[in-house]
Design a protein around this ligand. Structure first.
Ligand SMILES: Cc1cc2nc3c(=O)[nH]c(=O)nc-3n(C[C@H](O)[C@H](O)[C@H](O)COP(=O)(O)O)c2cc1C
Length: 189
């Protein structure tokens, strides 16, 4: 059973990654296989509105996002871990989400079913400031994304006041919550 962690931060070893690693290690402690995908390491285009998915619901852009579609389809749970950038999600995360327009087409235009098993989604956010509306803004985008993919939004951890690289290591409360969140993933096997 696969738990997929998607790292939205371009900063390797940054706060989102440290939190994501904790979530994934909590999931592993419960016997799940985990995989981490760092969007910052992938080379992919944003959606170009080319219409290539109009008839099939399949994205025609051949780049590093193609394996992501497969991995996400096969995962039982997905965790997006990301910083807040300008009150929202970083471009890397938004670009990935926009590339799922093909799945919107598949679902709402072509009327095709998704995968035959349920999926759960979780969101981890960090930000330098403490502005609830930034978290809510990012959350609404991710909830929309999960809804299109029929992924149930099951939990979140929002960590304000975390700015410098590695700062979250000074906050064992956040790290513990991330680990506990990982342990709670997937009630339904
Ligand atoms: C381009 C950019 C934009 C940012 N915008 C915000 C912002 O709008 N609000 C905020 O609280 N923090 C903002 N930050 C701070 C990051 O959210 C913060 O440093 C976070 O800990 C980075 O997480 P990471 O180490 O996982 O990349 C921004 C940082 C960058 C680099």
């Amino acid at each position: 059973m696969k738990v997929l962690g998607i790292l939205g931060s371009p900063r390797k070893g940054g706060n989102s990654e440290l939190l994501l690693d904790k979530v994934l290690s909590g999931a592993r402690s419960k016997g799940y296989d985990t995989e981490k995908l760092a969007l910052g390491e992938l080379k992919f285009s944003p959606c170009t509105e080319c219409g290539g998915c109009d008839e099939t619901g399949v994205c025609v852009i051949e780049d590093d996002l193609q394996p992501v579609y497969q991995k996400l389809d096969q995962a039982r749970a997905v965790i997006i871990a990301s910083p807040i950038f300008f009150g929202s999600l970083p471009a890397q995360v938004k670009a990935m989400i926009d590339r799922y327009q093909c799945r919107w087409v598949r679902k709402f235009v072509l009327g095709k079913q998704g995968r035959p098993f349920p999926q759960e989604g979780y969101l981890i956010l960090v930000s330098g400031a403490n502005r609830d509306k930034f978290f809510k803004n990012a959350e609404s985008i991710v909830k929309n994304f999960f809804a299109v993919l029929n992924i149930k939004f099951k939990g979140y951890l929002y960590c304000p006041g975390i700015d410098e690289k590695g700062k979250v290591l000074e906050h064992p409360d956040y790290l513990n919550k991330a680990y506990e969140l990982g342990k709670k993933i997937i009630a339904r096997r």
